[in-house]
Write a protein that binds this ligand. Structure first.
Ligand SMILES: NC(=O)c1ccc[n+]([C@@H]2O[C@H](COP(=O)([O-])OP(=O)(O)OC[C@H]3O[C@@H](n4cnc5c(N)ncnc54)[C@H](OP(=O)(O)O)[C@@H]3O)[C@@H](O)[C@H]2O)c1
Length: 320
């Protein structure tokens, strides 16, 4: 589809990233862990934004052990909780105090199919997959734009989506107000809505559109579905339906490893092809394949994206 054989894209295809700075949310396990490790392996300074200090610090030590001392990987940690808009804004501010550039932002953290529950800001916790990343990304935008204006910049914003965004067809998304967002729909529809919101395809579309309107044309925003990957994401469904625990073993049989699953987000974050093919606001499926968006995600009239953006801005004013 891009004029090259997808099978050729592998972790070894990641270019040298020396001098670049990256953020990966939820980098302490699963897809995020591999993403942090492989960006650091190629020389990027990588910030792991995670909610649990002990898990993040243990993961960083593990990655350093896997990469070996001769590479001298640079991996930092900043606390970040998707459930709290204040935490997301503060994480961005902490990062901006420490760094003067941000080349790669991978909005990877997320939960799936959890029970209905409101977070500390009164937002349904799966919806926070979207709102938390909105708060982080918007707070980092000035620095992302500054980086894009630097010579030889390759700025990427990669939002982890899921084919699960299609569940929204079973429960129409509505971002007109917090009450609409918080409506108690079925578990999977709420996940689908969170993955449509940002991951987060509407965030990708809307960001790309707003960047172009503000004259920034060299930041590439992408959404990625990683495939069905054997990670800790299964925690959500097991919490909602403990009876399904034996089935978890079966899902492993048709899941890919986190190393395989992380390929598409690593491609989106680093491959020169993204710019060569001008893949702005693209949706990628594994491995590194361009995928047409369903009409809800395409959002041709921009209404869903606009409503989502306006709601998140209002929530930020009230709660961040
Ligand atoms: N695995 C799949 O098959 C699959 C398919 C489609 C899409 N995805 C998407 O891929 C992304 C990564 O998932 P994964 O499979 O790697 O899952 P995972 O192994 O469960 O990792 C999720 C990461 O998100 C973090 N996280 C969860 N809630 C958070 C919060 N409130 N604040 C900050 N961090 C939080 C987790 O932190 P803790 O370790 O502290 O809990 C963990 O680091 C998710 O966005 C998911 O929706 C995965």
């Amino acid at each position: 589809m891009f004029g090259c054989n997808r099978k050729q894209w592998a972790i070894s295809s990641i270019p040298n990233l020396s001098g670049r700075v990256a953020i990966v949310t939820g980098g302490n396990t699963g897809l995020g862990y591999i993403t942090v490790r492989e960006l650091a392996r190629k020389g990027a300074r990588v910030y792991m934004l995670s909610r649990t200090d002990t898990r993040a610090r243990a993961a960083i030590e593990k990655i350093k052990g896997e990469l070996g001392p001769e590479l001298k990987p640079e991996i930092e940690y900043i606390n970040f909780d998707l459930l709290s808009l204040k935490s997301a804004k503060k994480a961005a501010e902490t990062f901006i105090q420490r760094e003067n550039r941000l080349d790669i932002l991978v909005n990877n953290a997320g939960i799936m199919a959890t029970r209905y529950e409101l977070g500390p800001d009164g937002i349904e916790i799966q919806a926070c997959n979207g709102t938390g990343h909105f708060a982080l990304t918007v707070s980092l935008l000035p620095l992302l734009k500054e980086t894009a204006a630097m010579p030889d910049s390759h700025v990427r914003i990669v939002n982890l989506s899921s084919v699960g965004y299609l569940f929204t067809y079973f429960g129409k998304p509505d971002f007109s107000s917090l009450e609409d967002l918080n409506r108690n729909r079925s578990t999977w529809v709420r996940y689908g809505i969170s993955k449509l919101m940002v991951s987060n395809i509407l965030l990708t579309n809307e960001l790309q559109k707003r960047l172009a309107e503000s004259g920034t044309t060299n930041i590439y925003c992408l959404s990625v579905h990683p495939g069905v990957v054997d990670t800790e994401l299964i925690r959500g469904p097991l919490q909602s339906w403990p009876i399904l625990a034996p089935l978890a073993k079966i899902t492993k049989l048709f899941s890919v490893t986190p190393e395989q699953g992380a390929l598409t987000q690593l491609y989106a974050a680093t491959s020169p092809e993204i710019e060569e093919k001008d893949l702005k606001a693209a949706l990628l499926f594994p491995v590194a394949q361009l995928k047409a968006k369903a009409s809800l995600a395409e959002d041709k009239d921009g209404k869903l994206g606009n409503d989502f953006w306006a709601l998140c801005e209002a929530l930020m004013r009230q709660k961040a």
